[in-house]
Design a protein around this ligand. Structure first.
Ligand code: NAD
Ligand code: ZN
Length: 251
């Protein structure tokens, strides 16, 4: 088992923490087989996600955007949570107050058992009407590329993910900001911290006095603001932290 440098300091901070918050990004799901947007070898590497994942992209080529999401849904439907997701769900049970703020749309945190989750970018499972906003409640078969019409207005159905240029769900964002402001320890895990406003949460936490830890094999723009960086993958680092914390606290 790899060692985490200064693990004792992290365990001290966690052992005395009442409130813990964590921001996760696509890197947490990488070891489940779901590619991050910035992977150069993705099937859709020739397309720019910012153009596909937008209302403009949808209006200019609905079928292309729909096919892209169907492809992602079919990949995600075959993926399972990894050791990182399970460690996060376990960590939640060890604190009075644990908030998980995710940019991921794959729902793997829920599958792993996390409960107190704020989804900043929606999710890829739910759908609603692009034209009238009505939720579309039927299951979508990821292998069927025919776009279903809205049952209320006959309009275009889209996945309930937050596209570039769209507002984030207000409740989830407010809860995420509150958690960042109030927590004693904040983790930023598997995110490049380049997509605002999620990227600001670790900074808010640091400015509010939390001990801030980044888990990411690669340095990010926010790394210099962290009190501790762990250059390991989430599935490597998080189970070690949870196991050692359990030994320390006996919880
Ligand atoms: P990103 O692609 O910008 O960054 C991913 C980060 O994860 C990188 O910094 C990378 O170094 C790191 N990483 C890679 N493998 C890792 C691992 N095994 N463990 C820990 N870290 C690892 O992703 P982002 O910051 O989440 O932002 C991009 C946007 O893409 C978000 O808006 C998100 O909604 C969306 N997205 C979601 C998914 C998903 O739901 N799984 C997948 C791709 C993109
Ligand atoms: Zn409609």
């Amino acid at each position: 088992m790899s060692r985490i440098k200064n693990l004792d300091l992290i365990l001290d901070k966690l052992a005395s923490a009442k409130k813990v918050a964590m921001l996760t990004g696509a890197g947490v799901s990488a070891e489940s087989g779901i590619k991050t947007f910035r992977d150069p070898d993705g099937l859709w590497a020739k397309f720019n996600p910012a153009e596909l994942a937008s209302a403009d992209g949808f209006m200019s080529n609905q079928q292309l955007v729909w096919d892209w999401y169907q492809e992602r849904r079919s990949i995600i439907s075959e993926c399972k949570p990894n050791a990182g997701h399970y460690a996060i769900a376990e960590m939640e049970t060890m604190f009075e107050d644990f908030a998980l703020i995710t940019q991921n749309v794959d729902r793997l945190h829920q599958t792993a058992g996390s409960k107190n989750i704020y989804e900043l970018h929606g999710n890829i499972v739910d759908n609603h009407c692009f034209d009238c906003d009505e939720p579309y409640l039927d299951d979508i078969n990821p292998h069927d590329n025919k776009m279903p019409p809205c049952k209320k207005c006959g309009g275009r159905i889209r996945p309930s993910v937050v596209w570039f240029g769209e507002m984030l769900p207000e409740y989830d964002l407010t809860q995420g900001i509150n958690a960042a402001e109030e927590c004693d320890v904040f983790f930023s895990v598997g995110t490049s911290a380049e997509v605002y406003p999620a990227s600001n949460l670790p900074i808010i936490a640091a400015d509010s006095g939390a001990f801030v830890i980044e888990i990411n094999p690669t340095a990010t723009v926010i790394s210099p603001r962290m009190h501790k960086v762990i250059r390991m993958t989430s599935a490597q680092a998080l189970p070690i932290i949870v196991e050692e914390l359990r030994k320390r606290t006996g919880k």
